[in-house]
Design a protein around this ligand. Structure first.
Ligand code: SF4
Length: 400
């Protein structure tokens, strides 16, 4: 797979007949007048070689499943209770450690053209459960803003969330594709978030992404436009000089960003399914970052030993708190023992991590202050809380 430069637009687009009249297709025809277009009855009729070539087409398809779903977590770890708005799949930024490589072996980006159904489904959930706060993100199976300069999808998403009092949107990215966000009527319902890492990791492992300087500058501009911000130090790696380098990233962040505009910061130590390591090593035989000692966790993933994870988290947390002790920082997919050693408490004793994040959104953003339940108990998905979760309500009748 060739490295895609962030500013390189797709050269060719394959679209399914059934979504030819999608507003997304209309926008792409306008913003990419020189792209080669192919129209097919079904994307599966495109021969695999054309999808796995060095310049695979962007594909626009009809998505037939549920657009809104719970984060695919497991019951062994404290999950954030994030709701995914599934608008597309795959990513061409090409981070060497990217977990998406374990899900899909073809590099072509896929976007869903039936956006009208997506918005209808989301609006139906938000209206039906007005007392539930929905924290929704689009960055689980792709980068939220990777194609935004050409799709302009943020121009639909951001105002849509602004019109729903019990919903906030998180756009999670490693790009600096923020231009279209500038004049949008977000009404404080959108968080723009960046994954950050140590300078060595950014330079060596995230070569297709925006630089650290570009990401922080993009965050600063979003702040000027009134957006709330979040940051994800995930995956944290153990490598020579890690503590000094993570401190440097944190210092650079707070040189530009005032802590009070940050809704939350997540920490997640590097973890991987064994198959991912094989995939990475096939492409990069000398890759060292997964060659240390790892333990197999109950969810089948390999993780650093618990003492190492606790040391990583404590040090990064110490540096973050040295800039602002009231930051809301949490661990992504960690167990109770780690929480107790890093933060000194079990999230279950405070209502669970989803409730704690809901509270951070209410306090920092002033959104959903009258809501008293979390979306985690409503949506289809695998996320089950360690403390038992809540039973699913009756399905929504008017969903497509
Ligand atoms: S930006 Fe995220 S989704 Fe894209 S390649 Fe990197 S880790 Fe994967």
């Amino acid at each position: 797979m060739t490295m895609t430069h962030l500013t390189t637009p797709p050269h060719s687009i394959a679209v399914e007949e059934s979504v030819l009249d999608s507003p997304l297709v209309e926008t792409l025809r306008r913003t990419l007048p020189n792209a080669r277009w192919t129209v097919v009855p079904d994307i599966s009729s495109l021969a695999p070689p054309s999808l796995s070539s060095h310049d695979p087409p962007l594909t626009i398809v009809r998505f037939k499943g549920r657009f809104l779903r719970s984060c695919p977590a497991t019951k062994f770890y404290h999950c954030c209770g994030y709701t995914i708005l599934h608008f597309g799949e795959r990513c061409t930024i090409g981070c060497r450690y990217c977990i998406l490589q374990a899900y899909w072996n073809q590099p072509h980006l896929k976007l869903f053209g039936n956006t009208h159904e997506m918005f209808t489904e989301a609006a139906s959930w938000f209206a039906r459960y007005r007392e539930t706060l929905f924290r929704v993100g689009t960055g689980e199976f792709t980068d939220s803003l990777l194609l935004d300069p050409w799709t302009g999808f943020s121009e639909q998403l951001v105002p849509f969330f602004a019109s729903h009092p019990n919903a906030v949107l998180e756009l999670k990215t490693k790009t600096n594709h923020i231009k279209r966000l500038q004049d949008l009527d977000h009404r404080g319902h959108t968080i723009v978030s960046w994954s950050l890492n140590a300078p060595t990791i950014v330079a060596q492992e995230e070569r297709g992404a925006a630089s650290l300087t570009q990401r922080i500058e993009a965050a600063r501009r979003c702040l000027e436009w009134g957006y709330f911000l979040a940051f994800h130090f995930d995956p944290l790696f153990l490598f020579p000089g890690w503590e000094r380098e993570y401190r440097e990233t944190i210092e650079r962040l707070f040189r530009s960003i005032p802590p009070e505009k940050i809704v939350y910061i997540s920490l997640g130590a590097f973890r991987f399914m064994p198959a991912l390591k094989e995939t990475i090593l096939r492409k990069n035989p000398s890759w060292k970052l997964a060659s240390g000692e790892f333990v197999t966790s109950p969810d089948g993933k390999k993780r650093y030993f618990i003492d190492i994870r606790v040391t990583l988290y404590r040090k990064v947390l110490e540096h973050l708190y040295s800039f602002a002790s009231d930051l809301f920082v949490y661990c992504c997919m960690e167990n109770t023992s780690v929480w107790e050693q890093v933060f000194g408490f079990d999230p279950s004793s405070r209502g669970g991590l989803p409730a704690m994040l809901d509270d951070a959104v209410k306090r920092r953003m002033g959104i959903g202050v009258d809501c008293h339940s979390s979306a985690i108990s409503l949506l289809p998905g695998k996320c089950q809380q360690p403390w038992g979760g809540v039973s699913l309500p009756a399905p929504i009748a008017n969903l497509p």
